[in-house]
Design a protein around this ligand. Structure first.
Ligand code: SF4
Length: 261
């Protein structure tokens, strides 16, 4: 392998302890291009099946290698509504699946994704995409975490009138309430919300759809006149800890591993 894997630069810890902001800096264009060159464009790209959103990774690796950033952004956005979220906080199972990982360091896929989307925003390439025609149909999306936001954005771009219901007083779900600023700052979520508003999405906060007593006037009728109501909410309660001898329903303890206490 001609090029080695490069880690993203991090702010020195002496500075980092003085604030709560992000401290990881995306790769430079040149370094991202070198990382893209490490991709072997395997016949079977296992990285893609490792990625939960099936990003077309070898294609944008090659486009970044060729410094064709705009097209790389388009390919990235074709499968991923919010690469600035995944490029910062995804645990990168794609890199675990990378063929290079068998006997070398995997391609720094997540760092390339991070560099593509940050450059896209810097260049003003990420703009609202309102639909050309409205379908006349209404959709209610329950939950405003990443799944709810992506669902709402796709449906709005398809021409539907989309309303997102969120039980908390701010949009973002686990993105906002589960990720500290030093990993991903909240203005990144707000920027996407503004884009989605421009595309026609309506957000209604402090509406707990699971609790009929909390529904404000008008919410019931919207739910009954919508063509669909995707449920994207997830549980905020922490998992209970396993105790010795305890098994989850339908599962078995792994042989050879001591139970966690
Ligand atoms: S880091 Fe990006 S490409 Fe890798 S698994 Fe996560 S979303 Fe997919």
């Amino acid at each position: 392998m001609e090029y080695q894997r490069l880690a993203e630069a991090t702010e020195p810890k002496e500075n980092r302890v003085k604030h709560w902001h992000e401290f990881v800096h995306h790769l430079s264009e040149q370094d991202a291009g070198v990382q893209g060159a490490r991709c072997m464009d395997c016949g079977i790209p296992f990285c893609m099946s490792g990625c939960p959103v099936n990003n077309i990774i070898p294609d944008w690796n090659d486009l970044v290698f060729k410094q064709n950033w705009k097209q790389a952004l388009d390919v990235l956005h074709s499968t991923n509504n919010f690469p600035e979220f995944t490029g910062r906080v995804c645990p990168a199972p794609c890199e675990e699946s990378c063929t290079l990982n068998i006997n070398n360091d995997p391609v720094g896929i997540k760092s390339i994704e991070h560099a593509i989307i940050d450059k896209g925003w810097e260049m003003g390439w990420v703009v609202p995409q309102p639909p050309k025609r409205k379908s006349g149909k209404r959709v209610a999306v329950v939950g405003s975490g990443p799944a709810g936001m992506a669902c709402a954005q796709q449906l709005a771009r398809a021409g539907h009138s989309v309303t997102v219901f969120e039980k908390n007083d701010r949009i973002g779900g686990l993105l906002r309430y589960g990720i500290p600023d030093f990993k991903m700052e909240k203005w990144l979520i707000d920027r996407r919300i503004e884009q989605m508003r421009s595309e026609g999405v309506t957000f209604r906060t402090s509406v707990h759809v699971g609790n009929a007593d909390c529904l404000p006037p008008g919410v019931n009728s919207l739910a009954t006149t919508s063509i669909a109501a995707p449920l994207t909410a997830r549980c905020f309660a922490p998992p209970t800890r396993r105790r010795s001898g305890r098994r989850t329903t339908g599962g078995t303890a792994r042989p050879g591993r001591p139970p966690r206490t």
